[in-house]
Design a protein around this ligand. Structure first.
Ligand code: F6R
Length: 236
């Protein structure tokens, strides 16, 4: 895994946006897996600006949602698809049928299998945030390296951390997520971490053993894994 350390949050977001814009310029039909959460928001802001300025386009690309909360109303602003739309998709030129997300109102296992088929041999590029317990997507500790898209229970600390996404206290306890195996099929995997709150887990991902107890470590030996951290996230 390559590691890129940036001096400030601004540099970090600029760098990531620049990298992603370059990938899209080289491969306009890029198949991208994108996360939600707080971490990627400054990157998404810069990407939206670049689309508005005509520097890059998503017209030919596809976006696969990384994960989705279960038991949450379809119009809840805290849903992952709603967050990604608000922070990025509503501000770029991706055609509506280029966005692949989870509906979760029917046969969930069937939907997960269909999502796997849609991803097929893998996305070209997957962006990931990191939970403080090392989760990626909703692959909590204990998730295996070959896990696929599936329904999962959230760790109690993950449910608690979702409070910042919702404007009510009916927090999700489960969800569906692309598996570690699904993510490992991606041509490139970029792990994003910013802020002092991620420093301890970044240290474990970089210096600790590869273990299912810290799912992000299962991506360390991916041939094109890149960890991009700001100064605060790399300051243990
Ligand atoms: C979101 C996701 C989660 C978050 C992680 C970090 O789609 O898959 O794994 O990336 O919980 O969340 P933030 O970025 O809010 O700290």
């Amino acid at each position: 895994m390559r590691i890129l350390r940036c001096d400030s949050l601004d540099d970090w977001a600029e760098h990531l946006a620049h990298l992603l814009i370059s990938r899209l310029q080289v491969t306009p039909s890029l198949r991208l897996c994108l996360p939600t959460g707080v971490t990627p928001v400054p990157v998404y802001d810069r990407i939206s600006d670049a689309v508005r300025a005509g520097r890059v386009s998503f017209r030919q690309s596809e976006v696969f949602l990384l994960d989705e909360f279960g038991g949450v109303a379809p119009d809840d602003p805290g849903r992952c698809d709603r967050m990604l739309s608000r922070f990025l998709l509503d501000r770029i030129d991706l055609p509506p049928d280029g966005f692949h997300r989870f509906t979760l109102d029917g046969d969930i296992d069937g939907e997960c299998r269909a999502f796997e088929r849609l991803i097929g041999s893998g996305c070209d590029l997957t962006l990931l945030g990191i939970g403080t317990n090392g989760h990626v997507g909703m692959n909590e500790p204990g998730s295996s390296a070959d896990s696929l898209t599936r329904r999962v229970d959230l760790a109690p600390e993950t449910t608690a951390a979702t409070a910042r996404y919702f404007d009510h206290d009916r927090l999700p306890t489960w969800g569906v997520t692309q598996g570690i195996g699904t993510i490992r099929r991606s041509g490139e995997v970029w792990l994003l971490a910013a802020g002092a709150g991620k420093a301890a887990i970044v240290d474990r991902i970089v210096n600790g053993p590869v273990t299912v107890d810290v799912p992000a470590t299962l991506l360390r030996n991916h041939p094109s894994a890149l960890l991009v951290v700001d100064r605060d996230a790399s300051a243990v």
